[in-house]
Design a binder for this molecule. Structure first.
Ligand code: 5AD
Ligand code: SF4
Length: 481
């Protein structure tokens, strides 16, 4: 029997149930990697290049966890034995950047025959991109998508034993595979997926096409993960979903997001709870009530408005109006006067007029955002908006973008000084990069503060007097005991 057939036979004896199946392949890959280590007299290394949103970064933590379990160690550069690109495709030209970078990997591979190159993430969910990698980037060995990241060990095993390129992109899935390793970057903060996918189909957005329909994890699985994180020393968690406000609707026993928060709040050791992202159309009164009553849920809400114009919002399929959005903001502020609200805004959506921009500027002033991510509209082929008439010329969009940014910064500056003089709990996060005598931390509302302290405070919540507002951050000192 050839080596490959022998291996195929082995594959047939692999458990069928997940996650046992992947545990099996991690062990099998581990055996191969250990043999290679012996032959080379060194550890094998991995490196990830992650593009895009929090979801992708969370996925990379899981992929890195699998690679570490197999025996790879993290490298400092792309000149490593296993390199993967976890790609984003929200903006049309994102692929240009990715393909540009891929070229350097080819050179590394020439000098390192052990090198394995993988591509995954949202870009790979698009058939044309998968095809392009297949044809034009023949040095890429493994390609998979957003739905089967849990399968990395199996795909790697298949590649290592056959030396044939492996392409495995799923169009969709209803599976959620739990209990696989994960490699967290920060010891005291962690992201927790509560749901995957999106059902909203905003007309500019590619996400529902590449991440599939909404699937929620069961509350008991989420709580169990949070308990495990708390036991490992995590004090702050970020609950992640494209639209957390519609969490739980598709569960066998439906549960609201607010109820999930109540359960997560009970976990001892967790001191701060954040979540992202909230779609304004689904934000319930129940959620506002639960937040307002909670000592752990942070006073921060990311509430993407996208545009302040009701006409454009309709074209974007956002299902709220300028007025209803501002009413929602008022309701939130009434319940939690010290809350910080942040947003995403797109400038240059097809058909955008001067009046539409003025509506957006008006909302920025009225909603009083602490910060806003502003995006130039990118014509994403495959989305309905790409076919809409009246695409805005680049120059006009840029000019509007600059005007909007000025207002965003002006409002953010004044919002970010309103706590000056107060003493607030701050999670000490890291030594300041520019001045190592300072520690950088975050308030519950996500504002940044720098203060003098010993690095031993990192990972704990300390009371800090916010002595000076600097516009986009505060300077403070630890409050006297
Ligand atoms: N063009 C510009 N911005 C976009 N976003 C999503 N799709 C596009 C696009 N085609 C922005 C939205 C979303 C954020 C994550 O990315 O503002 O909230
Ligand atoms: Fe994209 Fe809209 Fe879904 Fe957000 S809610 S991921 S913008 S489709």
């Amino acid at each position: 029997m050839s080596k490959y057939l022998e291996e195929l036979d082995l594959e047939a004896s692999a458990p069928l149930e997940e996650p046992m199946r992947q545990r099996y392949f991690m062990a099998k890959c581990g055996e191969i990697i250990r043999k290679k280590e012996m032959a080379l007299g060194r550890k094998l290394t991995f490196y990830d290049q992650t593009f895009g949103c929090q979801m992708n970064f969370k996925d990379s933590e899981k992929l890195n966890g699998i690679l570490e379990e197999i025996g790879y160690v993290k490298a400092e550069s792309e000149n490593a034995d296993f390199v993967y690109y976890n790609t984003c495709t929200v903006r049309e030209n994102a692929n240009v950047r990715v393909y540009g970078r891929l070229g350097t990997l080819k050179n590394y591979k020439k000098h390192n025959p052990e090198m394995v190159i993988a591509m995954c993430g949202c870009m790979m969910q698009e058939a044309e991109e998968e095809e392009k990698v297949r044809k034009d980037f023949r040095f890429v060995d493994i390609v998979f998508g957003t739905h089967n990241i849990f399968k990395l060990a199996e795909l790697l095993y298949q590649y290592l034993t056959s030396k044939e390129r492996v392409f495995d992109v799923w169009e969709k899935t209803d599976q959620i595979i739990e209990d696989l390793p994960s490699d967290r970057k920060i010891r005291f903060k962690a992201g927790v997926n509560i749901m995957f996918g999106c059902n909203n189909f905003c007309t500019y957005c590619i996400v529902p096409y590449v991440r599939g329909r909404e699937r929620s994890r069961k509350p008991e699985d989420i709580v169990a993960e949070v308990e495990k994180l708390a036991a490992e020393g995590v004090v702050e968690i970020m609950l992640l979903g494209q639209n957390v406000n519609s969490y739980g609707k598709n569960l066998e026993k439906p549960v609201s997001f607010a109820r999930l928060l109540r359960q997560v709040e009970q976990v001892e050791g967790i001191e701060r709870i954040r979540f992202m992202t909230s779609h304004p159309k689904d934000l319930s009164d129940e959620l506002i009530e639960v937040m307002a009553a909670s000592k752990k849920i942070c006073r921060h809400i990311h509430l993407p408005v996208q545009s302040g114009s009701s006409t454009l919002l309709k074209k974007m399929n956002r299902r709220y109006t300028k007025e209803s959005y501002l009413e929602l903001v008022d309701k939130i502020r009434k319940a939690m006067p010290d809350i910080s609200i942040t947003t995403d805004i797109i400038v240059g959506f097809p058909g955008e007029t001067e009046e539409d921009l003025l509506d957006t500027i008006d909302v920025v002033r009225k909603a009083r955002y602490d910060s806003a991510f502003t995006f130039l509209y990118s014509k994403r082929s495959g989305t309905p908006a790409a076919k809409m008439p009246d695409q805005v010329p680049d120059q006009v969009a840029h000019e509007r973008f600059d005007r909007l940014l000025k207002v965003v910064n002006e409002v953010a500056r004044s919002q970010n000084s309103r706590l000056a003089g107060r003493t607030e709990p701050v999670l000490a996060e890291e030594v300041n990069e520019r001045d190592p005598s300072l520690i950088t931390g975050r308030l519950a509302n996500n504002n940044v503060v720098h203060f003098k302290a010993d690095p031993s405070v990192i990972g704990t919540i300390v009371p800090v007097v916010l002595e000076e507002a600097k516009g986009f951050y505060y300077l403070g000192r630890i409050a006297d005991a």
